[in-house]
Ligand binder design. Structure first.
Ligand code: PLP
Length: 408
C-alpha cells in the first residue's frame, strides 16, 4: 500500500482516520460528535440510540452529570500524582469498591486487560509462594471462547485464531477447557494449576450464558482442589447482568475478580483486580504497578460511579430492562433471528448467516437510528446504558424489525 504524503489536514474525519490511523478497527460509517444519556449525535445532527454503550463501558449513560462533575472537580484539584505518594482519593475509592463487591482488597489499574494481567501475576505468585508450585511452572486454566483483552499474554490463550495469528510467540502456562463444562475443568486440574480464569457470561464470544449452576459447580471444584477461582467481570460486572456482580446470580464469591469498563463511569479507563487478603498479600512494594492506575482523577470518578450505581439502583434496572428487552426481542420471532440470549442488559441476537451477516444488520440498524455492533460474524449485541427506559427498548426493537425487513 502506498500512502501519499500530502494528504490534506482538512479532509473528512473518516478519511483522516484511515490515512493516519492503523486499520485495527472497522468502525460503522458514522462520525459521532456528542453524547447525552442513551443518545449519541452524528456530525449531521442526527440523534442515534446507543445500544452498545462502548462495549459496556458507558453503563451510566453519556455525560452523567454527577460523574462529569466529579471528573471536572477533581481535575481542577489534583489529577495525577503516581503511586509514589498517597492521595486523599484512593483510600475512599478502594474502600467503597471492596464493600460493594464483598472482596477484601483491590489493586487499581487502567484497562481491563491490565486488570487481567494483574490477576494472572497474583495467581502465579500465589501458586508459587502459597501453594508450593515450583517457580515458573504455574498453570492457569481458561475457558475456550474467552476474551480478556489484547496483550500478548492474553491473546496467547485466546481460542480465536485471528487474535493470535502472527503475534506469537506466546507465554506458556495456559490450558483451555470448554466453557460451561465443570467436568472439563475438574479433569484439567494438575498439581501445578494455580487458577481458573472465567467470565460468568462470555461477552465478546457472542453473549454466551453458561448452563445454570455452572459457576457454583466451578466454585466447589476450585475450593476442593485448591485452585483460585478468578472471575473476569470486566464486562459483566457493576450491574450489567442485573446484579452488582454476575457471579452473585449463583451466590459465588471468587478468590479474585477483575473489573473495568463501567468502573471509569464512561469517562476514563479505570480497572481493578480485587482479591481475598490471602491472594493480595503476594504483592510486595515494587512487584507491580502502573503510572496512572489509582490516580486521584481515576479514584474520584470511580468512586462517584459506584455511588451512582447504588443510588440509581442500576443493577435492579438492568434486571428489569433486560428481561423486558429479551421478551420483546424474542416476541419479534423473525426467521432471520435464530436465537436471543443474555442476562440483564447484556444481550446477543443471533442472526441466520444465510439471511445476512451481523455486520449488515448493524449497518441497517444505523440507518434506522440505532447503534450496535456485531460480534463473531453472526451476533448483534444489545448492551445499552443501564439507565435506558422502556420507550427506548421499544424504539430499538422497532428499529431492528425495520432493519431486518430492509435486508429481506
Ligand atoms: N475482560 C473482558 C471480559 C472483556 O470483555 C474485556 C473487553 O472487552 C477485557 C477484559 C479487556 O478490557 P480492555 O479492552 O479495557 O483492555
Amino acid at each position: 500500500m502506498t500512502i501519499e504524503p500530502g494528504f490534506p489536514l482538512a479532509a473528512s474525519a473518516i478519511a483522516q482516520e484511515e490515512r493516519y490511523g492503523a486499520a485495527n478497527y472497522l468502525p460503522l460509517p458514522v462520525v459521532l460528535v456528542r453524547g447525552e444519556g442513551v443518545h449519541l449525535w452524528d456530525e449531521d445532527g442526527r440523534r442515534l440510540l446507543d445500544m452498545m454503550s462502548a462495549y459496556s463501558a458507558v453503563s451510566f449513560g453519556h455525560g452523567h452529570p454527577k460523574l462529569v462533575a466529579a471528573l471536572i472537580d477533581q481535575a481542577r484539584r489534583l489529577a495525577v500524582t503516581s503511586r509514589a505518594f498517597h492521595t486523599d482519593r484512593l483510600g475512599p475509592f478502594l474502600a467503597r469498591l471492596c464493600r460493594l463487591t464483598g472482596m477484601d482488597q483491590a489493586l487499581p489499574m487502567n484497562t481491563g486487560a491490565e486488570a487481567v494481567e494483574t490477576a494472572l501475576k497474583a495467581a502465579r505468585k500465589w501458586g508459587h509462594t502459597v501453594k508450593g508450585i515450583a517457580d515458573g511452572q504455574a498453570e492457569v486454566i481458561v475457558a475456550r471462547g474467552n476474551f480478556a483483552g489484547r496483550t500478548t499474554t492474553i491473546v496467547g490463550f485466546s481460542s480465536e485464531p485471528q487474535y493470535r495469528r502472527g503475534f506469537g510467540p506466546f507465554a506458556p502456562g495456559f490450558v483451555s477447557v470448554d466453557y460451561g463444562d465443570p467436568q472439563a475443568l475438574e479433569a484439567a486440574i494438575t498439581p501445578n494449576t494455580c487458577a481458573f480464569l472465567v467470565e460468568p457470561v462470555q461477552g465478546e464470544a457472542g453473549i454466551v450464558v453458561p448452563p445454570a449452576g455452572y459457576l457454583k459447580a466451578v466454585r466447589e471444584i476450585c475450593t476442593r482442589r485448591g485452585v483460585l477461582l478468578i472471575c473476569d467481570e470486566v464486562q459483566t460486572g457493576l450491574g450489567r447482568t442485573g446484579r452488582v456482580l454476575a457471579c452473585q446470580h449463583e451466590g459465588v464469591r471468587p478468590d479474585g475478580l477483575t473489573l473495568g469498563k463501567a468502573l471509569g463511569g464512561g469517562l476514563l479507563p479505570v480497572s481493578a483486580f480485587l482479591a481475598s487478603a490471602e491472594v493480595m498479600a503476594v504483592f510486595q512494594p515494587g512487584d507491580h504497578g502502573s503510572t496512572f492506575g489509582g490516580s486521584p482523577l481515576a479514584a474520584a470518578v470511580g468512586e462517584a460511579a459506584l455511588q451512582v450505581l447504588v443510588e440509581e439502583k442500576l443493577p435492579e434496572r438492568a434486571a428489569a430492562m433486560g428481561e423486558a428487552l429479551l421478551g420483546k426481542l424474542r416476541a419479534l420471532a423473525r426467521p432471520a433471528i435464530t436465537e436471543v440470549r443474555g442476562k440483564g442488559l447484556l444481550i446477543g441476537v443471533e442472526i441466520d448467516p444465510a439471511f445476512a451477516s451481523a455486520r449488515q444488520v448493524c449497518e441497517a440498524l444505523l440507518r434506522e437510528g440505532v447503534l450496535s455492533k456485531d460480534t463473531h460474524g453472526t451476533v448483534v449485541r444489545f448492551a445499552p446504558p443501564l439507565t435506558i427506559e422502556p420507550r427506548h427498548l421499544d424504539e430499538a426493537v422497532a428499529a431492528l424489525d425495520r432493519a431486518l425487513r430492509s435486508l429481506a
